[in-house]
Every structure is written in structure tokens, then in C-alpha cells.
Ligand binder design. Structure first.
Ligand code: ATP
Ligand code: BTN
Length: 256
């Protein structure tokens, strides 16, 4: 169970995930959250870069020490975190985001949040897990290579009549929401208690998507998720399971 959450804030760090990792090595207990105004080496999945320019966005990570967790339940934590961010954006701002499986929240076809889960093992067991969340909040523009697929809380609020995001408030709402979903997840170490709600918000459910892994790129229809939080797709009338890892799921006409 995740109970108390303790917050620390830094003006600038390399990566909040890396800060959490060093504290985990110093035997810090579960529930520490480190947030930063700016990251100089923000990381995305698969060695990609995450842009978190000065004080425009949220960069926040939590330390988890799940007891007796199975290794193959770890990727599911990303899926749980995506639900928490979606829920927080909806509850504070009424922004009705969708989850682009496995790790992105999208609004109006553009990405507002990315999630990176990392873990370390010791004595053949999961030693700790870090969940890092990046949310674009005040950003009004983005580097050229991501401008077509990135949005922010302020840009989305503008479309529905205005308002501004608040980084501290949103960060706290995200982790409170995460606590709620994570404690449901940890009971069974899977998505049985959360699957129904997750699927309501799954982007492209019932639609054609393009699956891109290291070797192949093919079209499929996204059907939903299974209890492990893996994506179920249909290809040539047969169901296939897509596991997280080096795989991207895109809309066939663009990013979502
Ligand atoms: P996927 O490959 O899963 O379809 P993706 O292109 O979003 O999705 P991810 O690995 O989930 O890939 O996220 C990392 C990517 O996010 C980076 O390569 C970059 O294109 C993009 N990115 C980096 N910073 C931001 C940001 N602040 N907001 C939105 N997108 C960003
Ligand atoms: C992605 O979309 O590929 C994941 C992006 C994750 C970004 C967050 S920002 C806070 C934490 N620190 C990092 O270096 N990355 C994550």
C-alpha cells in the first residue's frame, strides 16, 4: 500500500527519475516525490529525450517499493499512472484527455503528458520502482520536431474559454489520484479492478492503428487491454497482444 507521500522540490535537476534513483540507493522509503522546475536531461522512453523547459512544465517522480511484486507487473504501473494523470486533468480543469497506450495522455490529438517507469533489481527481486511524469502546463510553443504532436494545459484551456494551469496543485492532484489507483492495482498486481475505467479513456479503441516495433510496422484494430495492461489488437481476424517495450502505437493518419 502507498500511504504517505512526501514532496521535495528543486529549481533545476538533470532528471527527476535519476534523483529518485540516487535517493533509493540511499535507502529512502517509498512515497518520496521529487519535482523540478526544469530538467537539463529529461528522459523519455527508449532513450528518447523529454523537453521540460524552465518552469513551464511539471517534471515529477515518485519512489515505490512494492513488496513481493512480480517482474511482469512492473510495466502495468505505467498504465496505472496514465489513469491518474487523466483523472487529475479532468477533475481540476475538466480536460477530458485520452490515454495513448501505454504511456501518453493526449488531448485534441496531441500529447500533453508522458510517463517513464524505471526499476532496479537486487538479489533477483524488484528493489525499487520510479514513476516519472512530465506534463506540459504553461508551454505556448514547442521545439520544431515535436510542435505537431505536443500541447499544454494552458493551450487546451484556451480552446474551451480560458484559464491557466497551476503546477503545484496539479502535481498534488496527480499523486493523490495515483495513490488511489495504485492501491487498487497492488491488491491484485494487475488491472482487474481498473480495466473497465481505463478502456473508457483508451485512445483509438475500436479504430485502426499502426504498430511499429524494431522490425515491423503493420496495421491493426485496437480492441482494449488485458489484465496485465497489455494492448489487445486484431490483425487479420486474429487477436494479438502488444507488450510495452520498444513498440509504438500510432493512429494511421498521424500521431494519435
Ligand atoms: P510513441 O512512439 O509511443 O507513438 P511518442 O512519439 O510520444 O509516442 P514516447 O517515447 O512516448 O514517444 O515519448 C518521447 C517523445 O516525446 C520524444 O521522442 C519527443 O518526440 C516527444 N516529446 C519530448 N518532449 C515532449 C514534450 N514536452 N511534450 C510532448 N512531447 C514531447
Ligand atoms: C515519454 O513520453 O517517453 C516519457 C516522458 C517522461 C518524462 C518524465 S519528466 C519527469 C521524469 N524525469 C525524466 O527524466 N523523465 C520523466
Amino acid at each position: 500500500m502507498l500511504n504517505d507521500i512526501r514532496y521535495e522540490y528543486f529549481e533545476s535537476v538533470d532528471s527527476t527519475n535519476d534523483r529518485i534513483k540516487s535517493r533509493a540507493h540511499e535507502e529512502e522509503s517509498q512515497g518520496l516525490v521529487i519535482s523540478a522546475g526544469q530538467q537539463t536531461a529529461g528522459k523519455g522512453r527508449i532513450g528518447r529525450k523529454w523537453e521540460s523547459p524552465s518552469h513551464d512544465s511539471i517534471a515529477t517522480s515518485i519512489l515505490l517499493r512494492p513488496e513481493e511484486i512480480k517482474l511482469d507487473s512492473i510495466p502495468t504501473i505505467t498504465v496505472v499512472a496514465a489513469m491518474a494523470v487523466r483523472d487529475a486533468l479532468y477533475r481540476i480543469y475538466g480536460l477530458d484527455g485520452q490515454i495513448k497506450w501505454p504511456n501518453d495522455i493526449v488531448l485534441g490529438g496531441k500529447k500533453i503528458c508522458g510517463i517513464l517507469t524505471e526499476m532496479e533489481m537486487k538479489d533477483n527481486k524488484v528493489w525499487f520502482v520510479v514513476v516519472g511524469i512530465g506534463v506540459n502546463v504553461h508551454n505556448r510553443s514547442f521545439p520544431e520536431d515535436i510542435a505537431f504532436k505536443a500541447t499544454s494545459v494552458d493551450l487546451e484551456l484556451e480552446k474551451v474559454g480560458g484559464g491557466q494551469g497551476h503546477r503545484e496543485e496539479l502535481t498534488k492532484e496527480i499523486w493523490n489520484s495515483f495513490k488511489k489507483y495504485y492501491n487498487i492495482f497492488i491488491e491484485t498486481q494487475d488491472m482487474t479492478g481498473l480495466k473497465e475505467e481505463y478502456e473508457k479513456h483508451l485512445a483509438n479503441r475500436g479504430n485502426r492503428v499502426r504498430i511499429e516495433d524494431r522490425e515491423n510496422s503493420y496495421e491493426a484494430v485496437a480492441l482494449g487491454i488485458n489484465d496485465k495492461g497489455e494492448l489487445i489488437v486484431e490483425v487479420d481476424s486474429e487477436e494479438r497482444i502488444i507488450r510495452t517495450g520498444e513498440v509504438s502505437v500510432r493512429g494511421i493518419y498521424g500521431y494519435v
